[in-house]
Structures are given as C-alpha cells and as structure tokens.
Design a protein around this ligand. Sequence first.
Ligand SMILES: [Mn+2]
Length: 330
Amino acid sequence: MNSSTALQDVVKTIRDADKILICAHTQADGDAVGSSIALAYTLKALKKEFILYNETGFPKWLSFMEKPSEVIESIESFPFEPELIIALDCGDPKRLGDAMAEYIKTKKSINIDHHLGNPHYGSVANWVDSGKAATGEMVAELSQALNVSLYKPLAEALYVALSADTGNFTFGNTRISTLEWLVKLAATPIDIPSIRVQMDNNWTLNKLKFWGQLYQEIEIVHEGRFAYVKIPLNYYEKFQVTKEDLEGFVEQLRKIHSVRVAMIIKEDVKNNKQIVKISMRSHGDDDVRTILASLGGGGHKNAAGAHVDGTMDAVITKILPLVESMWEKQ
Ligand SMILES: [Mn+2]
C-alpha cells in the first residue's frame, strides 16, 4: 500500500472514532513525545476525546513542553475506555511497554511509524514510511490532512519531534520535505530560539561531570573506525544522574574524525535478569540496523538499538566481528 492511501485510511479511521488513545514507545525520545503531544493537540482541535499514554512517562528534559492533558502511565488509570489506539514512532509493539503490547491487541489500532522493519501490527491501518525523518513529520502531514491549523502548542510539539530525530536538522535523514516543514513551523508564533535553550541548555553539573568521565573511557578499535563506551549500572548512583542523562551521548562519539560507527552499551536489569542496552550510530552506507537486527534489535540504517541478554563484555565480543564484516562486504 502506498503512503498516501495509508494516510487516507488513517484520516478516515480517526474521523470515525470519538475516543482515542495515543501511545508511543517507552523510554520516549523527542520524536515519541513530540509526535504524541502533536497528535493529542490535533485530536483536541477535532473535539475528540483522547488519552495521552506512555508506559514509562515522558522524560524530564522535555517537561517544558505544553501538553493538552496529563500523561497516563497505566491502563488502570484510563478516564474512559478507548475505541481506537494510535501507536506512534514504535517499530515493535513490545516497545509500547508490557501492558500496552497486550492491550493493543484487544482494540482497533493504527500504527504510524518510520522505523525500517516495522511489522505492521496496526489492526485497521498501518502508515509506515522509513523515508520520513521523524514520526513527527507524519503527524504534521496527518494534521494537515485533517485540516487542523498549526496552532502554537501543536507547532511546538512538531518542532521538537523533527529537531530531535534529525539532530537539529543536520543528520542524513533530513529531507527537503523536513526542511519545508521547518519553514512552515517557523512561520507560526513558536519561539524557536527559546525552545532551543530549553532543549540544549538544561544540563545539571552532575550530567556534565558524568559525560566527562565517559569521555575518559572511550574505546577505539578497528583502525579508529569504531568507538564505544560501556556504562556500568552503578554509574547512575555514583554520578547522581539518571539514564535519561545519556540521551545524545552516542552522537558525541561520532565527532572523532576517524569514527564511522559509534556505540554505547549500557548495563541494565529486566525481570531480575542482567541485560545490556545498545545504541549505535553511523553515517551513510554503514548499516547498523542490520548488525543489531541480528541480535534482535531494530531502528534505522544509521541509528539503531537492541536489548540483549548477557554481560557488556560478552555482547561487545559478539558485535566487534559484525561491524568488521559489514565493512568487508562493502
Ligand atoms: Mn522517531
């Protein structure tokens, strides 16, 4: 199904529904939060009842954003029973959280996303386009198709979504269409310089010192082309920071002139089991999604992630040859 047919299906399904739940992937990033809030403002303009849901809430660094309602984090707290669920920016239904991954199977659902390999889990419509820089760009098109004007809080949420997923409009995923949306957003009353201050200049001293320590621990292998940092679980307590304070760190590793692939690997615990969480970034033809897909992960060609059982060192031992063999095949 082509993109415009999928969009028309989404438009029609939304027009026909009155009680709609909006959700996105857990550990939400700027695109997940921005597109959720933007869709909520779109539904508000259409006078629909909506629930803004995220199983792990929204991160503190985005608390400056205006929201049309509180964020609900548990199914028990729903103010009403939704008839339609719209999942945003989520390439795998498991990433909606344990409770929502089950709940979504019991309702009509729409899946709007830009992750490659999304399995089209929406029961009534799937608008999946990996050519889009951000899910926020799709929500922008959707609100336009629904004839909702770019009023200020909606425009602000779209700006945050687009800017977050494109490294402030610098990554290779930034298309002409993305920049055209930036122009449209800049023409609204939003105050971009002040949003930038709130997105960029909001660090704690602890976070700065934490990053300072991580810079000391960068490992560089494969003739300078692969850089990674391990983050032991006890670091959060040691430096008095949260997992959120790592947002954006992996991009720093790409600043080294020789580095083509960057990775952070974090120790974590899930269901009393030790796991590691991996984030990888690359440029151009270096396809890190394929590398992490072989470990059960996913994402985009130049930005991917995975959750893997085992210790950090064991997982690194697995990844090192995968990165090397990607280059051998090129
Ligand atoms: Mn995204």
